[in-house]
Design a protein around this ligand. Structure first.
Ligand SMILES: [Zn+2]
Length: 297
């Protein structure tokens, strides 16, 4: 999608703040911070995003990390995020009131936003925005500061920060980084959508891999009944787990505490992948493509 420079664009340049001598510089991470975010939250996010460029990874060629991120090192992680997350929004953002048609508000709903989950670190709202665009059958945009991002794909990459996101001791830096990797996968419409699915939005999305929606964890699972598991091999949890595993095994400049935190996150992520055996056997290579619409029945 077209990149617009917003009032508070964030260009985190590898090695400016954190790189150690000898670490490989990676391309800038380009994620815009919505001007409505609080100053504290902006500072926390800038710090967390900088860390994502700082951790230096070197994985084995041909491994799952390369299949997912397209490179054996951290440059793949940055490219993956740049493709899938373009703006971070505050929890209080009222999405409906930010949608624009020909530059004008589509609606002026005065009710409180209210429908974002309060127990999440963050939630990717790209599919929701794109579904609104498909249902409207007319070009729409998302107001971010003084600019309007075209909602022309699920890759609009809009992630709303949850009230639980805190850069303090309650969550580790690795957990917050892994969360962003996880949320980014929800910006992929793997396999596209058929007309028959679009006609039945949004309920029909559950039968597709568009947005990689989660499934309820089954009885007996530690998180039984919660809608946080994946019924397919390469959903958001597997991608996050692959990243955390690399951070644990293949980080060349991480301290031991970071590596141990990564092990915890990798274990938690893969616990939520129901067809884990298929994934471990390598029968199902990840499809990291995204298709806007696959017309036809
Ligand atoms: Zn998710």
């Amino acid at each position: 999608m077209t990149q617009k420079v917003l009032g508070l664009s964030l260009f985190v340049v590898g090695c400016v703040l954190f790189c150690q001598a000898g670490a490989t510089a990676v391309a800038p991470l380009q994620i815009q911070l919505d001007p409505a975010l609080s100053q504290d939250l902006k500072a926390n996010l800038q710090s967390d995003l900088a860390r994502l460029t700082q951790w230096s990874l070197q994985t084995n060629p041909g491994g799952n990390f390369q299949l997912v991120f397209g490179a054996t090192d951290n440059s793949g992680v940055v490219a993956y995020l740049n493709d899938r997350i373009h703006v971070l929004l505050p929890f209080e953002a009222h999405l409906e009131n930010r949608i624009r048609f020909q530059g004008q508000p589509l609606s002026s709903d005065d009710s409180s936003p209210g429908d974002a989950p309060t127990d999440a670190l963050a939630i990717n709202v790209s599919l929701r925005l794109w579904a609104a665009r498909l249902l409207a059958a007319t070009p729409l945009g998302l107001q971010v500061g003084s600019n309007i991002l075209p909602i022309d794909s699920i890759r609009i990459g809009a992630v709303q920060m949850g009230p639980q996101y805190r850069a303090d001791d309650r969550d580790t830096p690795v957990r917050r980084a892994t969360m962003l990797i996880h949320e980014a996968r929800h910006s992929d419409c793997t396999g596209g959508l058929k007309e028959s699915v679009i006609a039945q939005l949004p309920d029909s999305l559950n039968s597709t891999l568009c947005g990689h929606l989660h499934s309820p964890c089954p009885p007996g699972h530690l998180l039984a009944g919660l809608n946080v598991c994946d019924d397919h091999a390469w959903g958001a949890n597997s991608i996050a787990g692959t990243y955390a595993t690399a951070l644990y095994l293949n980080c060349t400049n991480c301290d031991e505490q970071t590596r141990q935190q990564a092990l915890v996150e990798a274990s938690d992520a893969f616990d939520r992948v129901l067809p884990l055996e298929d994934l471990q056997k390598g029968h199902l290579p990840p499809d990291m493509s995204s298709t806007d619409v696959l017309w036809g029945q």
